[in-house]
Design a protein around this ligand. Structure first.
Ligand code: GLN
Length: 539
């Protein structure tokens, strides 16, 4: 039977609940436990796939093709394991399934209500995610006191008494503000949010206190007393030099002791040696490399979360600090690539949707190609390498992706109207297809070409597996023409063009997949490591 650790948030959002949950999970995993992770989002969208990255940050894609909250990415990066669809659900999903069941006659004769039906569905989904794990960590999105969070609070409260649950532990993450004028740390907001939790019937057993200043012993005692937990169950979370130091900081405070006691886990001693070495390389690396990151969602860097983390992982393994030089694609259009990219050791064009900034990205690609600067293009950043090559090398002046010009005479990137989806079924895609959940999503195999940069990056692997999130595909009608002119297809997936390289360029790789989704601190993504390495060694 599974044990459950629930992580709630108090006072305000953005306290790093996801990192907290991932850090506790990491410690338990390194102590030999089989740990599952679940993020619950109280919004009504079925998934974040249709939200703007500027609104919600990155949409993370799981191996089995779910578009999920970016915290699932944190879980994978920390725990070094893949989580599936079941690791994230939203209010929208809960209501959809209850309503669908009601329409199908699943509740004949009954009045469907929040309690017990919605709450029951939530409990079932949590248990489903917990199946086959020793411990499931459940992170509840939002803040205690939010109206939309109530059914979830009720569900986790009820689980304390569930016969199929072998133990529960409640962690509350809060903020301890420091009032400069008074020179004091304040515990009142935390007390209030704990009171709010208690009113719902949940007594937290641990307080994780986010604070800019260290908490003096006396303050910790006072906080413990007023929140009704033991002193050792008050854990401070100061701003860390890197998020990957958070598990180490928790470990130094003996965080597992009260958890193990309450959940009857026995003696647990996580082995964090390898992890600690990597953290040290992030904080104090030997080398340094500057990557020009060309994108358009720069107002919210969380939009590129997995990619910026993947660069950190690569840096840790190459013992180098990867400095990101943020380049706004629209600014490239105004000022030119040379002005913005000449100081960069490598150039990265990230994925994206919609036409804003596309011409600037094409200029950045041309700059990298002509000046032989190491280049990695991801998804849209790969599709546009074809457009750039067609326009500037093949002389097809109006070449484009049909995403940006439906009537282009040379659609280098097009919409295939049917393809085999992950389960081998035929999926039909047209311009009229609904927007939600109709992208090519999740993990697909890619066969690598002998002698390619790609094959070398993946240490000679003939078939690699990477994740996707896109609607359009490279058009094979132009393959021969491109290859004759030096742009070679080096990766293929069931007949689809997955990667391209340029003959005679020291390191140029466009990948249709998103390598950043499989990068973890302990096992960084091979193509990203190879790119950073090429940039490090570039003249
Ligand atoms: N907009 C492009 C497509 O849908 C690329 C998507 C991406 O970069 N993730 O195919």
């Amino acid at each position: 039977m599974t044990k459950y650790i629930f992580v709630t948030g108090g006072v305000l959002s953005s306290l790093g609940k996801g990192i907290t949950a991932a850090s506790v999970g990491t410690l338990l995993k390194h102590a030999g436990k089989n740990v599952g992770m679940l993020k619950i989002d109280p919004y009504i969208n079925v998934d974040p796939g249709t939200m703007s990255p500027l609104e919600h940050g990155e949409v993370f894609v799981t191996k089995d093709g779910a578009e999920t909250d970016l915290d699932i990415g944190n879980y994978e990066r920390f725990l070094d394991q893949s989580f599936l669809k079941t690791s994230n659900f939203t209010t929208g999903q809960v209501y959809s399934s209850v309503i669908e069941r009601e329409r199908a006659g699943g509740y004949l004769g009954q009045t469907i209500q929040v309690v017990p039906h919605i709450v029951g569905e939530i409990v079932n989904r949590i248990k489903e995610a917990g199946k086959d794990h020793d411990i499931l960590l459940v992170e509840l999105g939002g803040t205690v006191g939010d109206i939309e969070g109530l059914p979830f609070m009720e569900a986790i409260r009820q689980m304390k008494h569930d016969d199929e649950v072998s133990g529960t532990f409640f962690i509350h993450v809060t903020l301890i503000p420091y009032i400069k004028a008074a020179g004091e740390l304040k515990s009142k907001p935390t007390q209030h949010s704990v009171q709010e939790l208690r009113r719902i019937g949940i007594t937290p057993q641990m307080i994780i206190a986010r604070s800019e200043n260290a908490l003096p012993k006396t303050f910790k005692k006072k906080l413990a007393m007023s929140c009704d937990v033991s002193s050792e169950s008050v854990v401070e979370a100061l701003d860390a030099a890197t998020i990957y130091d958070v598990p180490m900081s928790f470990l130094r405070q003996n965080i597992l002791k009260p958890i193990a006691q309450k959940l009857d886990l026995g003696e647990i001693e996580p082995d964090m040696q390898e992890w600690d070495t990597l953290v040290k390389k992030i904080v104090q690396p030997k080398g340094r490399v500057v990557i020009g990151f060309v994108g358009k969602y720069l107002a919210l860097k969380e939009s590129y979360k997995s990619l910026t983390e993947a660069l950190i992982h690569a840096g840790a393994h190459l013992d180098s600090r990867v400095e990101i030089c943020w380049v706004d694609a629209e600014e490239v259009e105004e000022r030119g690539a040379q002005a913005l990219l000449s100081d960069c050791d490598g150039i990265l064009v990230a994925g994206g949707f919609g036409s804003r900034g596309v011409e600037g990205k094409i200029q950045a690609i041309e700059y990298a190609r002509v000046n032989k600067v190491p280049y990695l293009g991801i998804c849209l950043g790969m599709q546009l390498t074809l457009v750039e090559y067609a326009r500037n090398v093949l002389g097809l002046k109006d070449a484009n992706s049909i995403e940006f010009d439906e009537n282009t005479p040379d659609p280098m990137v097009y919409l295939i109207d049917n393809f085999l989806d992950q389960s081998g079924g035929m999926q039909l895609r047209t311009h009229q297809s609904p927007m939600g959940g109709t992208l090519r999503l999740g993990e697909y195999p890619c066969d690598t070409k002998e002698g390619s940069i790609l094959r070398e990056a993946y240490k000679g692997e003939k078939t690699i597996f990477e994740r996707h999130r896109h609607r359009y595909e490279a058009n094979p009608a132009y393959r021969q023409q491109l290859e004759d002119a030096g742009m070679i297809v080096t990766g293929e997936s069931n007949g689809l063009i997955e990667t391209v390289e340029i003959q005679g360029h020291p390191w140029f790789l466009g990948v249709q997949f998103h390598p950043e989704f499989t990068s973890r601190l302990q096992t960084p993504n091979p193509s990203i490591v190879a790119f950073v390495n090429a940039s490090l060694n570039a003249e």
